[in-house]
Write a protein that binds this ligand. Structure first.
Ligand code: NAD
Length: 473
């Protein structure tokens, strides 16, 4: 069992001020694989003091110098790819084959993308008689969830460091271990002391202490809409800037002229990615009424090919969910779907036969879902897809946009230009047309209750910058 009870403050591994610990559990074997410190407000105070002390030096470095550290960070992550993938597969249950890319490769790529962005960014601009300069906002608190634990950390820490900010990170206590690998890499590349600090513990204690600390200038949060709302309330007391990446209930519109196999496969792949524990998953599949039977049959066949199994097996595409409580929550949504009258096409709330242990949920597809049902409105965060029929294109757009969320979406059609026109009508921060791939430099974030602000690329960097206009003669 790993002992991760030390935290990383001011360039050193130190003991937490508290004595409590939190167990980290393997999602497949249900065994405890590590312990982290259940930290205290004192830890946050120490970490913020270190970040504050490091700020003048770090913010005065040149963008080129900061870019060099980001390059080393990217290389350091790349060198430990396999260890990171295995670690996240153990704690989250992500199939290893997907972890290699989404849990390990993506953070290295994200860190690397900021090398060029930092070097090429326009740090100063002239507007008539004004010189407009971009300055780091200050000490940043980063609070992150468990589903893509390292990616979500790096998507905040890399641009914050690029901007010249210093950081206090509180990763999810459910899947924290990759954040310790990140701290080890910062230590190895000799990032100046205090620029990056890691604390660990419960959200309501440490997370809220970070948000309320007067020396923290901004909080960048990814997680549930519930916690995001609480963070915004707390930040309001100090008019503190918050960037929020929250939940989603994304729609995938299959147009009448779409090829059935490719479209349904793309929809299921998104819906079941990381066991459906993906904020951008397309969990509502909108199909034309005229093709309902054909597309539901296709969805059933493809979903059933996602056999739950050992996530370390390279043929597994569906691992366990992250925790017992997540498994119970997803099962109760499946029961609610049945109770509200949706047709259970495949799956269900029972433990899959071939998996005795582990927090598994069967790949589940509901048809005849109406958009007012709970399973169509609430984020389930499990392998549960809702198929909803629409009458015409306006109806499809109305259903897609009838949600409190607006994080992501997809459109699939036979005519790319027409699909693009439909994509433009979706009220959401990102849309994929005809199953194209993820872009680490494109702005990522939500409309409506999916969040505030944008991550990734140049937009992600700008979140961590203040804007100052200096009028000169
Ligand atoms: P969560 O909100 O429970 O926890 C996220 C983080 O916030 C954890 O580190 C937690 O300890 C901390 N936290 C909890 N309560 C807090 C409080 N009152 N004050 C400060 N910090 C607090 O979310 P989770 O269960 O870890 O993650 C799943 C959720 O994250 C889903 O709703 C999912 O949609 C969302 N998510 C969003 C994105 C995105 O980019 N939009 C990405 C991934 C996950």
């Amino acid at each position: 069992m790993q002992d991760r009870t030390k935290i990383y403050i001011d360039g050193a591994w130190v003991a937490s001020a508290g004595t409590g610990t939190i167990d980290v559990v393997n999602a497949t074997s249900e065994e405890v694989i590590a312990q982290i410190a259940d930290g205290t407000v004192d830890d946050v105070n120490q970490a913020v003091a270190a970040a504050k002390a490091a700020l003048p030096g770090w913010s005065a470095t040149s963008p080129d110098e900061r870019a060099k550290y980001l390059q080393r960070l990217s290389e350091g992550l790349g060198a430990r790819l396999d260890e990171i993938a295995t670690t996240v597969t153990a704690e989250v249950g992500t199939p290893y084959i997907i972890s290699q890319m989404a849990q390990a490769g993506l953070p290295a790529m994200m860190a690397g993308s900021y090398v060029e962005i930092t070097q090429q960014f326009e740090w100063e601009e002239r507007i008539d008689n004004s010189l407009v300069v971009r300055e780091p906002i200050g000490v940043v608190g980063c609070i992150t969830p468990w589903n893509y634990p390292l990616h979500q950390v790096v998507a905040k820490v890399a641009p914050a460091l690029a901007a010249g900010c210093t950081v206090v990170l509180k990763p999810s206590q459910v899947a924290p271990l990759s954040a310790y690998i990140l701290a080890e890499i910062f230590d190895e590349i000799e990032l100046p002391k205090g620029v990056f600090n890691l604390v660990s513990g419960a959200g309501r204690v440490l997370g809220e202490a970070i948000v309320e600390h007067p020396d923290v200038s901004m909080v960048s949060f990814t997680g549930s809409t519930r916690a995001g709302r609480r963070i915004m309330e707390l930040a309001a007391g100090q008019i503190k800037k918050v960037a929020l990446e929250l939940g989603g209930k994304s729609a995938f519109v299959i147009l009448p002229d779409a090829p059935a196999d490719e479209a349904v496969a793309a929809g299921i792949q998104s819906g079941f990615l990381n066991g459906g524990q993906t904020c951008i998953s397309w969990t509502r599949m909108l199909v034309p009424a005229s093709r309902r039977d054909e597309l539901v049959a296709k969805a059933k066949a493809i979903a059933e090919s996602y056999a739950p199994g050992d996530p370390m097996d390279p043929s597994t595409m569906l691992g366990p969910l992250v925790s017992k409580s997540q498994q119970e929550s997803v099962r109760s949504y499946i029961e609610k779907g049945v109770a509200e009258g949706a047709t259970l096409v495949t799956g269900g709330a029972e433990q899959p036969e071939q998996c005795e242990k582990g927090y598994f949920v069967k790949p589940t597809v509901f048809a005849d879902v109406t958009n007012d049902m709970t399973i169509a409105q609430e984020e389930i965060f499990g392998p549960v897809l809702s198929i909803i029929v629409y009458e015409d294109e306006d109806d499809a757009i109305r259903i897609a946009n009838d949600t409190i969320y607006g994080l992501h979406g997809g459109v699939y059609g036979g005519d790319k230009d027409h699909a693009l026109a439909v994509a433009k009508r979706l009220q959401t921060g990102q849309v994929d047309v005809n199953g194209v791939s993820f872009n680490v430099k494109a702005p990522f974030g939500g409309y409506k209750q999916s969040g505030l602000g944008r991550e990734y690329g140049r937009y992600g960097l700008e979140e961590f910058l203040e804007v100052k206009a200096i009028q000169i003669p």
